[in-house]
Ligand binder design. Structure first.
Ligand code: CA
Length: 231
């Protein structure tokens, strides 16, 4: 028998809160609800949920502050639910340690898929080796440091490989330009997101069947990139 995952829903708007609650409960997960930033932090501390769904616009503070406070002591996946057209908020939340975001309006299916990705990454943290990433004819074996496209070995530069490795480790989740920069170049080049764009462009030309229509390494407009979840 498996134990039902616990999802903390942080949302102040009653219709959205009700929608999230019934959706999550309908998938055999337990739900906790917080309607403000302070309540969210105390619920997270008290109940150690498996996933946190976080609205950024809260009546008593910024959801960003919830991300920072929870991240000070917990690695619980945080999925930000944001209103449209506020890319800066999403980027700030992700850079502060949120794992992913969804833009309103979103489908129930999309939300459940993201929750499953978050839960899977959480359980993978214990054994980091991980299986081979395989999507659309692309195979990445991190243990052997091998990349294949339709069975053929792909020659990547060390920088391209580091970017791909970071994306595979975050497969299914969005990563910001700043996160890629930090992971690959370290903190001293913060702000040079054009480095990332140039190398991602080169990487795509090697790993995508049609680099003009990416199917694996997707752009999240105004935010960063997402490597397709292998499922
Ligand atoms: Ca709100």
């Amino acid at each position: 028998m498996s134990v039902a995952p616990v999802v903390l829903v942080v949302e102040d708007e009653p219709p959205m809160q009700a929608f999230l609650r019934s959706l999550v409960q309908g998938h055999d997960m337990k739900v906790l609800v917080a309607t403000g930033a302070m309540e969210a932090v105390s619920q997270a501390a008290m109940h150690a949920p498996d996933v946190i769904l976080l609205d950024l616009g809260l009546p008593d503070g910024d959801g960003l502050e919830v991300v920072r406070q929870v991240r000070a002591w917990s690695q619980t996946p945080i999925l930000v639910i944001s209103a449209r057209g506020r890319d800066r908020d999403k980027v700030d939340a992700l850079d502060a340690g949120a794992d992913d975001y969804l833009t309103k309006p979103f489908s129930a299916q999309e939300l459940m898929a993201r929750i499953r990705v978050a839960l899977r990454h959480r359980s993978q943290r214990q054994d980091d080796a991980g299986p081979v990433y395989e999507v659309e004819g692309l195979q990445v074996d991190l243990a052997r440091r091998e990349v294949r496209r339709d069975g053929q070995a792909v020659a990547l530069t060390p920088t391209e490989y580091k970017i791909l490795e970071f994306l595979v480790q975050h497969a299914g989740r969005v990563v910001t330009h700043a996160q890629v920069l930090r992971a690959v170049w370290g903190p001293r080049l913060a702000g040079r997101s054009h480095y990332v764009r140039v190398h991602v462009h080169a990487l795509r030309s090697k790993i995508e069947r049609d680099p003009t229509q990416p199917r694996v390494l997707l752009t999240e407009a105004g935010v960063g990139y997402r490597l397709v979840d292998p499922g």
